[in-house]
Design a binder for this molecule. Sequence first.
Ligand SMILES: Nc1ncnc2c1ncn2[C@@H]1O[C@H](COP(=O)(O)OP(=O)(O)OP(=O)(O)O)[C@@H](O)[C@H]1O
Length: 605
Amino acid sequence: MASSITLRAILRSRSSVVIPSKSLFLARESIARSCFRRYAATNSSAAVRTEEKLPVRFDAVPNLNNYILQSINRNLKFKEMTEVQQRILPFLVADKTKGTSALVQAKTGTGKTVAFMIPVIQAVHDILLEHDELGRRIHKPLALVISPTRELAYQIKDEAKKLCSVMPPSERPIIKAIVGGVSRRMEEQKVFSQGGVDILVATPGRLLDYLHEDPRRFKNLQIKVYDEADRLLDQGFSREISEIRTRIERVTNIKQMLMFSATVGDGVVDIAEQELGKNYKFIRTTSEDDIPTHLSVPQSVIFVDKLSDHFEPLVSMLRKHLTEASTGQAFKAVVFLRTGKEVDHYHFLLHQLLRDYDIPVIPMSARLSQSARSKNLEKFKSSPTSILVASDVVARGVDVKNVTHVFQVGRAMGTDQYIHRVGRTGRAGKSGQGILILSKKENHFYESLKRMQITFSDEYQYISDPALATEICQVAKKELEWWQKQRREDELHKLEEKYAAHMRGHKIVRAPSGIFSKDIDVVRTVISQFGFYRSVIPKRELSSRDILRDIMAGIGYLGSDPDVKPAIDRQTSMVLKNKLSLTDKDVREFFVEDGTSRKEKWTPK
Ligand SMILES: Nc1ncnc2c1ncn2[C@@H]1O[C@H](COP(=O)(O)OP(=O)(O)OP(=O)(O)O)[C@@H](O)[C@H]1O
């Protein structure tokens, strides 16, 4: 199996050793994929996967607008339709009344954007022509596409524009996007005033701003699309989405509602029905017992002992791939982390540790300004060999060509999110690799993935390489020292917050919202003793032992094995005792005093 050979090779090539533990072809469990079954049983319009003969080429879709067809042939150069396009285009394009709503599930990277944008563009084009004949072209949005992220909104707008690039300007629908993070005044001017807009792509927050301000702008809306529908309907967005719906319903009746995603979980169908009505088509291009990720993306899992050990195997693998890339092997990777603060931190460290390879290591998170986000994504797209260190802002929908590897550090925010993250590689028929790095504490996440029938071609246990661990610690100390040199308490706090974010992300400590400034020396001492491993002190009053307990849990030393304790030198031990008023006995509960002085070289465990 290609992936296993590669990974074994990767990890043996350095002194780090990964030992394949067991082969992971688990017997498939019979899982209740209740959503589809229940739906198929209760709704006759549910489109069960059939062996019906479907058109393969775009020109075989009856009534497909000739300009759209030419745009596909000339500009997009797609030869054949993907399965989701084959299944949806014929009936949506043929539906002149625009009365058919649909919920569509198809795997990541299979061309869902084109599948929903073609019918939308064609419908809007037809309505515009009718309006033109009546001499009243309005340019208030007729169709609305909602996307959970800004990057995806821009991407949908760009793909849609390509689909009508051959249309004569007088017939071409005007497609624009509204997203958060850009100047409202300028955006409003550009989108609603200069030439108006026929198809509007929007993120929920920004759309609501406009709906609050002037809902009548939306009174012509006839078609509404939710891309990444399950994400829009989940808790994070549900209030905004429901308010958007109510406000739009006050000014118009939506004729057609389309919802698309690679994951349509159990609860989604119930919520979706509120908008789709009872008569809608549910189309899945995957069969019930299909694996939800792509077969062209073999996935491996690497276990480390502690949460704080995630970083080392990542560096080891990235270096291996980059060495191969220097001999011509393709390597373009996304490294997913859970929080923006973790992105900053990993980006700093990776930037230093991968310096010799002279490739862009690019951060991407909601902590960056929108212009930096757009610039960074463009840079990643245009750099053949590069690494994007990203939070989940690019986990869904974002389409970057030729991503060869997706690394996930720690568990994702749920199994669906894991599927979407992996889906950033292996797109449009290409192959890729997914690598998940988990600590043993996160085994439950791995079990959940297996219950989803996601198969892992290999499972490894990572054995630390002391040389690499020391190197990482040295670089991490640099980061800390850099902030210390700045003598800026606020920045130091930010660093501590960064560590806190990591801890919160992995639910190691009670969500702390800040750090005790009076204890900051202690935190620093411990952090610098253990390199980049972090500690967190909650704001409320805690006993010294509680604080230390949090620190030790944070750096992964408070586990089930009481014998595993970090060794500290005499001087650190003194600092801890003085600062925290600990007794010798207290210190011994947490540490092993190894008798060395700080001047002697400290070797990480
Ligand atoms: N018929 C086709 N032939 C070849 N490539 C296609 C075809 N349709 C779409 N593509 C390309 O496939 C890639 C993935 O498409 P798209 O981003 O729409 O996937 P998706 O299914 O929406 O994925 P995700 O679930 O991750 O959002 C894009 O680069 C797109 O241009």
